[in-house]
Ligand binder design. Structure first.
Ligand code: ZN
Length: 395
């Protein structure tokens, strides 16, 4: 499930680097070390440029992390569950378990990311100027300023301005960028209608993504666009980002519609009530012979009398050596009830889907007062969605 490299935990939030980050690290280091820094400092050796570039790339990712952490910490202070931050090709994503339920929470959470980048950017630029050695000469041109900067000042300068660009890009008012979230929060606050606010913000996001794609093609054809440069590669890059943003804008609106469709359906309406449960005293051999092989169920609630005491699946069976199947009971290999996440029958399908995602499981026992009433799988929820049709088209 984890598609990346675990970097550690900060304030209880897991930090994961997507594998794509390695590629980006290489690209940033190369373009800085072989392009930008040699142009700023023709007197530097190749090694000096490359080492400075590698440090700059690391600081760049640290900046993105700081931006995402700001979102996550403010979210958490406002009661949002955030368990993980994934750093990937376009920066970072703070994984929300659900969307904010108040517009003020969304506003605070969204704005704090770009603010962090702005503060960080200005601080680094100030430090860069402070560490530059201008000597007696007053710098008159950008080239003078750059030439006065040693490796440390150059590093700080580049990371400082990239933070400002990060803030600027994220402030574009198109959902799901931070600026789009701010826009959505304000529309939501003004109208009280989350769905309409999301639709408008998502449309703004799509519009912006088309601007990016067009600008990208323009740049590829030789157009000069301020801030973005020109040439084939920057152009391609923009087209790619635009395309990605377009998908993100469409998907995030759709996700909201799905959540709304599931919100009013209680789990007991879509669960499987015709499941089979296994007595705790049954041996693993009996479990395999009488339950697993003839049935279609993959996971079985284990009961004692009526009471739910655990869950046993194929992986649990494999825990017992083949020769011991006659002597081992279901109770001994099961996952005990206390360690199993369950849902009550009255819970909404939307909440159940969040629980499925959070635990990374495919199935949840539906438990009421210690008794199993049914089993709910991911497929049950998908089936429900297919019955209702694609909610994005229905609205
Ligand atoms: Zn952000």
């Amino acid at each position: 499930m984890l598609n990346g490299l675990r970097l550690g935990r900060i304030a209880g939030i897991e930090i994961v680097a997507d594998w794509s980050l390695l590629v980006i690290f290489f690209l940033v280091t190369m373009s800085l070390g072989a392009g930008v820094f040699p142009a700023w400092h023709p007197d530097w050796s190749n090694a000096q440029s490359l080492v400075t570039a590698a440090f700059a790339a690391v600081l760049f990712f640290a900046s993105v992390l700081a931006h995402e952490l700001a979102h996550a910490l403010v979210g958490r202070a406002n009661g949002m569950g955030i368990s993980r931050i994934t750093l990937f090709v376009f920066g970072g994503i703070a994984q929300l378990e659900r969307e904010p339920d108040r517009w003020t929470t969304e506003l605070k959470m969204a704005i704090v990311g770009p603010l962090t980048s702005i503060v960080l950017g200005l601080t680094l630029l100030a430090l860069a100027v402070a560490t530059a050695e201008f000597g007696a000469r007053t710098p008159v041109s950008t080239a003078d300023i750059l030439a006065a900067m040693g490796p440390l000042a150059t590093l700080l300068f580049w990371v400082g301005q990239i933070n400002l660009m990060l803030a600027l890009f994220n402030l574009v008012p198109g959902f799901p960028l931070d600026g789009g979230r701010v826009l959505r929060a304000l529309l939501w606050g003004a109208t009280g209608n989350l769905r309409r606010a999301t639709r408008r913000a998502s449309q703004a996001g799509q519009l912006f993504s088309w601007v990016l794609v067009l600008a990208g093609f323009g740049i590829m054809l030789g157009l000069q666009v301020p801030l973005l440069g020109r040439g084939l590669l920057p152009g391609l890059w923009l087209v790619f980002i635009g395309w990605f943003l377009h998908n993100a804008a469409v998907m995030s609106y759709r996700q909201l519609l799905i959540q709304e469709a599931l919100e009013h359906v209680p789990v007991e309406r879509i669960m499987h009530a015709d499941f089979v449960s296994v007595p705790g005293a049954a041996t693993v051999a009996e479990l395999v012979e009488n339950y697993v092989i003839p049935g279609r169920q993959r996971t079985f609630p284990v009961v004692e009398g009526d009471r739910f005491i655990g869950l046993v699946g194929l992986e649990d069976i494999r825990k017992a050596p083949r020769g011991a199947w006659d002597r081992t009971t279901a109770r001994e290999v099961m996952t005990p009830a206390a360690a199993v996440s369950t849902v009550p029958p009255g819970e909404s399908a939307a909440e159940a889907m969040i629980a499925l995602g959070r635990r990374g499981v495919n199935q949840l026992p539906v438990v009421d007062k210690g008794r199993v009433r049914g089993l709910l799988s991911r497929e049950d929820i998908l089936r429900l969605l297919s019955i209702y049709g694609d909610p994005a088209l229905a609205s």
